[in-house]
Design a protein around this ligand. Structure first.
Ligand code: RIB
Ligand code: CA
Length: 312
């Protein structure tokens, strides 16, 4: 039984690998559309980058939409220092064949969900939550049509990566994040605590490069660039493959360990804006609104990734 999904992303090298992993798995995942949002780089680049990945994967027929170019309330922040000025440094940029759809991503989300049966579509956001938060605010009736939301965002023990206490996706748009995390539908939360366990070490990148196809080549090239910032910052070898963890969950959930608990988002304090307060030890009576992911079989994750990328 294939799962209908919509991927909402801000490519970003790791978003790009998540798109490849999803497009490699048509037996399990039916991608209804890819919506893009301003995040790692501005929207004009994230939408172009998503369409480039569809070309590289041979999916020029994929429906790609551009969404919100700034957060709901705050000013935009970006991450060229990590992803490069193109957002996908490590591959040569080209003008993709995959067209950009006319419809705004928020309207696509609303139209698609309103036409769907209850609890039938899985949302997979791997960037700031602006598109999804805006859609839920504009048309609350879509929430019931959502089967599950698998979010890359937030952090608990790992602290922040863009501020001392906030992970990038949530810091960019904490107001949208608060809407989404409190929407009441099942949420699998993939934060830095788990994504920092799947580092793209040199050996792992070499094994991907040896798969010797255009998608694997692009992946190896992007990861060879993407790792340098994290390696310098954390002293670890290899960048965390944040966003593909969401797709890996959909394909092989047994790779992960999760715990139901409350996750709340800070939207008032400038000091801790975008912080995700994860009540892992249930010390409050706040509702358990997420399945917080805290452990992963990293070797199993890369075995899955390699086996799927080898299909192209
Ligand atoms: O903090 C990591 C997240 O922010 C990833 O999704 C990365 O692509 C950036 O969007
Ligand atoms: Ca991302």
């Amino acid at each position: 039984m294939t799962r209908k999904i919509i991927i909402d992303c801000d490519p970003g090298q790791d978003d790009a690998v998540a798109l490849f992993l999803a497009m490699s798995s048509p037996d399990e995942l039916e991608i209804l559309g890819i919506t893009t949002v301003a995040g790692n780089v501005p929207l004009a680049l994230t939408q172009r980058n998503a369409r480039m990945m569809c070309d590289i994967a041979g999916h020029q027929d994929m429906a790609v939409f551009a969404g919100c170019e700034k957060p709901m309330v705050r000013d935009a922040i970006t991450a060229e220092n990590i992803h490069g000025n193109t957002g996908i440094d490590g591959v040569d940029v080209f003008e993709p064949q995959t067209p950009l759809q006319e419809q705004h991503a928020v309207d696509f989300l609303i139209e698609t969900l309103m036409a769907a049966a209850d609890a039938s579509i899985t949302l997979v956001p791997t960037g700031p939550l602006t598109n999804i938060g805006t859609a839920m605010q504009k048309e609350p009736a879509i929430v019931g049509r959502v089967k599950e939301i698998v979010i890359m965002g937030g952090a608990m023990r790992e602290g922040g990566n863009r501020s001392p206490s906030a992970e990038f996706n949530i810091l960019v748009d904490p107001h949208a994040a608060r809407i989404v995390y409190s929407c009441g539908r099942p949420i699998v939360a993939m934060g830095l605590d788990v994504t920092h366990q799947v580092l793209s070490t040199r050996d792992r990148v070499d094994r991907i490069r040896k798969l010797d196809n255009p998608v694997a080549d692009a992946t190896a090239g992007m990861l060879s660039f993407f790792h340098r910032y994290d390696t310098k910052k954390y002293g670890s070898e290899g960048a965390p493959l944040h966003d593909p963890c969401t797709i890996a969950w959909l394909l092989e959930p047994s790779l992960f360990e999760t715990r139901e608990c409350n996750l709340s988002v800070e939207t008032e304090s400038e000091l801790t804006m975008g912080h995700t307060a994860v009540d892992f030890w249930h010390v409050t009576d706040r509702p358990h609104n997420v399945n917080w992911t805290y452990a992963v079989d990293a070797d199993g994750f890369y075995a899955l990734l390699n086996s799927r990328l080898s299909r192209f």
